[in-house]
Ligand binder design. Structure first.
Ligand SMILES: Cc1cc2nc3c(=O)[nH]c(=O)nc-3n(C[C@H](O)[C@H](O)[C@H](O)COP(=O)(O)OP(=O)(O)OC[C@H]3O[C@@H](n4cnc5c(N)ncnc54)[C@H](O)[C@@H]3O)c2cc1C
Length: 816
């Protein structure tokens, strides 16, 4: 009997691909029954049906790995629950290396797999061939074997998830197109469809490559763009059997899996072919694009080298299907910052089958709890801003993102396409000085400055890279004279109004209701006591606060703050990022340099640490905030954009004879790590408390009125011993380079992972901050009594734990 079309529902999900069905499945599993899913065609008929169905668990971020680990568990159990097969086969997977650098990547992967609890084995080419007899191995250096990986049938999986959702009350309607999203007072109120309107408390956009268009129906940015994505299916090949593992050969950009005695062979070519520039047709259902053997050539050539039998096997089918890709190759999840109760789960970058289980559960929990239940920053919708939704920019960027799956994941690898994007007023000046730019939140930022005559181009490597000495010079200048850092990319939020102090004090963990002119470093915590942000709050007047936060956090932090301001409070928040440049003048001679340009009193008494003043600098009037992220005397100069060039030139003129140098973000990173300063999204995450981070001093647990997260923190404190802690290490040997992601061992056993690392030239060795975990508790004794090592692509190096900052200028000067 046909279901009656509803006029209201608690949740409406737009899109019946694997993601929409997984969200419906998990919402109902969490007890929500009134769930309606609308699909314009038939379930799985968008992108899902033609996926190859590979499910590889290991990702660079531990929580992303845990999502896929959950997918594999779900896919193995779903048939028992729903009675519908999923095609899940736990066949394991191999990744092979053609070069020594790739083998380093695989060995690093093996170490992080150990840290993340994923079974993995480093094996020889011969052993790989035992698993995969049809491949040629003469050119291979080695391989890894992941026994927990597998493959699934995407259409069957989708149907099975849909059946599970239906069995718990979800109603699924095919052939219903959502034509509009209704909105009132900044919140979603329902959807319009070609069968009538449905009122809904919550709408979830799981419309795959149509998700950008669905977002545009209600002013929500969903930055994704389609690209053509291809594979072939061969006839039977001798030696190929149903238990054959999945095989990836990333140096050749290709993957293989068994299908009906033949091979599926596809890949991720370095330069992809964007598609759908004029919009994605609504009726693109169970449809494919024309074969493109020219585009496929690079994959085919490489596959012939790996599996010589392909030369004589029949190609039964060429699949060319469009898939949506995002600017950073991570999917998009969460409640849209532009519209309350409107959620997005889209942009799966050819990982939608692998990710669907975990991503569907994570999004369902986010909806039911009204907040993410774990650190999902790599996929959080708030890492993007409206400007990321620019179609031309997206078109140019996705040419590169598709290929990233198999491109060499060099440390500090930058994306090259669709740049320059956002530029500071000083961009041209810094370029003329030899800046090598990286990109963060779209901003072009100087990473390092080439010596005169040298080319400012990074040459990637796992050892020392070509900028090693440049960064040494910049760090030395900052430690011994002064450095100038263009930190214009900092996000700046102006919070104003009668109730601003009260509202902010509830959102911030430190006491920010301070005297005018004070700056306060503070964490912003979620209800679990984890870091939603850490930032500086500067009180400009009784009812006006300037917040300076990380470059990537503008949208996220503005959203977090706004959603926690009471509805009746008199407070406004304005993003003033573009109005100000920030020049950080850091180093022992910074006072002398700035003193030559201003009439302000810069003495310790006249301008103490953690204060902000509006001062004259040359012809300009700007804010100066006495703070440091490098562990030296210094000021962050917050300069109206139009005065930025003037201040920069004046500083250089004033500092030339005192050793002032231009410095970049690589130096900044190394300087902060020497000092042990934590960074949000690396050490400080939504899953880490200030006790675990070692930042309890920046939390005013007893301030009147409390703050968000206080109860959880009191509970954590009452527990006493903590099982995790952020710890600073230096490598005893001065030679090795650490990049982050490395495994930490205590007495030979895995206990943690490096979150950030750099070469500390002042210390003369690599320095890192790592998250160390142990069920026995990570206390002083645990840290002092263990023998700690770091695993660098399989090689173990002794490290020293630092319970106070490894770089201590006073101690060092005394020594000197
Ligand atoms: C060639 C190829 C190979 C792949 N191989 C793999 C692989 O091996 N492993 C892996 O993990 N991933 C793979 N993928 C990726 C995977 O297929 C996708 O990531 C996944 O299917 C995305 O699922 P989705 O639900 O987001 O999108 P879709 O399946 O496209 O679902 C979105 C649905 O929304 C519907 N819709 C859109 N607009 C509306 C509207 N207005 N009203 C109602 N309904 C609407 C559409 O009709 C569509 O059915 C591959 C992709 C391709 C192209």
């Amino acid at each position: 009997m046909a279901q009656e079309f509803p006029t209201q529902a608690q949740v409406v999900i737009v899109g019946g691909g694997i993601i929409g069905c997984s969200v419906a499945y998990h919402l109902t599993k969490l007890g929500w029954r009134d769930v309606v899913l609308l699909e314009q065609g038939q379930l799985s008929g968008g992108t899902t049906w033609h996926a190859a169905g590979l499910v590889g668990q290991l990702r660079s971020h531990a929580n992303m790995t845990s999502l896929i680990k959950y997918s594999t568990q779900l896919y193995s159990e779903l048939e028992a629950e729903t009675g519908l097969a999923t095609g899940w086969k736990n066949c394991g997977s191999l990744s092979v290396a053609r070069t020594a650098d790739r083998m380093t990547v695989l060995k690093r992967t093996a170490a992080s797999a150990r840290a993340q609890g994923v079974a993995i084995e480093v094996i020889s080419p011969r052993e790989a061939q035992d698993f995969w007899p049809v491949m040629a191995i003469e050119d291979l250096v080695g391989a890894v074997w992941l026994p927990g990986d597998g493959k699934a049938n995407p259409t069957d999986l989708t149907q099975s998830l849909a059946k599970g959702a239906r069995s718990r009350g979800a109603r699924i309607f095919e052939r219903v197109r959502v034509t509009g999203i209704s909105v009132a007072n900044g919140a979603v109120t329902g959807v319009e469809t070609d069968r009538g309107a449905i009122c809904a408390q919550i709408v979830v956009n799981c419309a795959g490559q149509w998700a950008r268009k669905v977002g545009q129906m209600c002013g929500v940015s969903v930055p994704l763009h389609s690209a053509e994505h291809m594979y072939i299916v061969t006839g039977k090949i001798e030696g190929v059997h149903p238990d054959l593992p999945v095989m990836r050969d990333p140096d050749g950009y290709i993957y293989f899996k068994e299908e009906v005695g033949g091979l599926v062979m596809g890949g991720f070519e370095p330069e992809a072919k964007p598609w759908g520039m004029a919009g994605i047709p609504d009726d693109f259902e169970f449809a494919l694009l024309p074969d493109d053997w020219d585009q496929f050539e690079i994959l085919m050539q490489s596959a012939l080298q790996r599996v010589p039998q392909l030369a004589t096997s029949e190609v039964k089918k060429f699949y060319n299907g469009p898939e949506s890709f995002t600017p950073d190759n991570n999917f998009i999840l969460g409640e849209a910052p532009e519209l309350k109760n409107f959620y997005v789960g889209a942009g799966f970058n050819s990982m939608g089958i692998a990710s669907a289980g975990g991503a569907g559960r994570a999004l369902a929990e986010w909806i039911v709890n009204g907040a993410a239940t774990m650190d999902l920053w790599p996929v959080d919708i708030r890492r993007f801003a409206t400007f990321n939704n620019n179609p031309r920019w997206l078109h140019d960027r996705v040419k590169e993102t598709l290929g990233l799956h198999y491109a060499m994941p060099w440390p500090n690898r930058e994306l090259d396409t669709a740049r320059p994007f956002r530029r500071s007023p000083l961009y041209d000046r810094l370029a003329a000085k030899g800046a090598c730019f990286g990109s963060k939140m779209g901003w072009e930022r100087a990473n390092w400055f080439a010596a005169e005559g040298a080319r400012p181009v990074t040459q990637y490597a796992f050892g020392r890279q070509n900028w090693h000495d440049a960064v040494k010079r910049e760090m030395k200048a900052t430690r011994e004279a002064a450095g100038i850092f263009d930190q214009t990319s900092f996000a700046k939020l102006l919070v104003q109004g009668r109730d601003a102090a009260t509202a902010l004090n509830r959102i911030c963990a430190a006491d920010i209701d301070v005297d005018v002119g004070r700056s306060v470093y503070t964490g912003l915590f979620n209800a679990r006591g984890g870091y939603e942000s850490d930032l500086t709050v500067m009180r400009l007047s009784s009812d006006r606060f300037l917040l300076v936060t990380g470059s990537a956090q503008a949208v996220h932090d503005a959203d977090w703050i706004c959603r926690n301001i009471p509805a009746d409070a008199h407070v406004t928040l304005t993003d003033v990022t573009s109005a100000y440049a920030v020049l950080a003048l850091m180093g022992p001679r910074s006072r002398e340099i700035l003193g030559r340009l201003t009439s302000a009193d810069l003495s310790n008494e006249g301008f103490p640490f953690a204060t902000i003043r509006e001062i004259d600098i040359g012809y300009a009037t700007a804010f100066a905030n006495r703070m440091t992220y490098v562990g030296e005397l210094g000021w962050e100069l917050i300069v109206p954009a139009e005065f930025a060039v003037g201040v920069y030139e004046a500083l250089h003129a004033a500092g030339a004879d005192l050793g002032l140098a231009d410095c970049g973000y690589y130096a900044l990173e190394a300087l902060r790590l020497e000092k042990g300063y934590r960074a949000w999204s690396r050490e400080l995450t939504p899953d880490i408390t200030p006790f675990e981070a070692g930042l309890a001093f920046a939390v005013a647990l007893d301030k009147p009125g409390g703050f968000i997260g206080r109860e959880a923190l009191l509970e954590a404190r009452a527990k006493g011993v903590q099982s995790r802690r952020i710890v600073q290490f230096t490598v005893d040997d001065s030679e090795p380079m650490l990049w982050g992601g490395e495994l930490i061992l205590r007495d030979g056993q895995p206990v943690g992972e490096v979150r950030s690392a750099a070469y500390g030239h002042t210390l003369g060795r690599s320095v890192a901050l790592a998250l160390v975990e142990s069920p026995l508790g990570v206390d002083r004794k645990f840290l002092e009594t263990g023998r700690f090592e770091v695993d660098l692509a399989g090689e173990k190096h002794a490290v020293t734990v630092h319970l106070s900052a490894a770089y201590d200028p006073k101690a060092m000067r005394v020594k000197a």
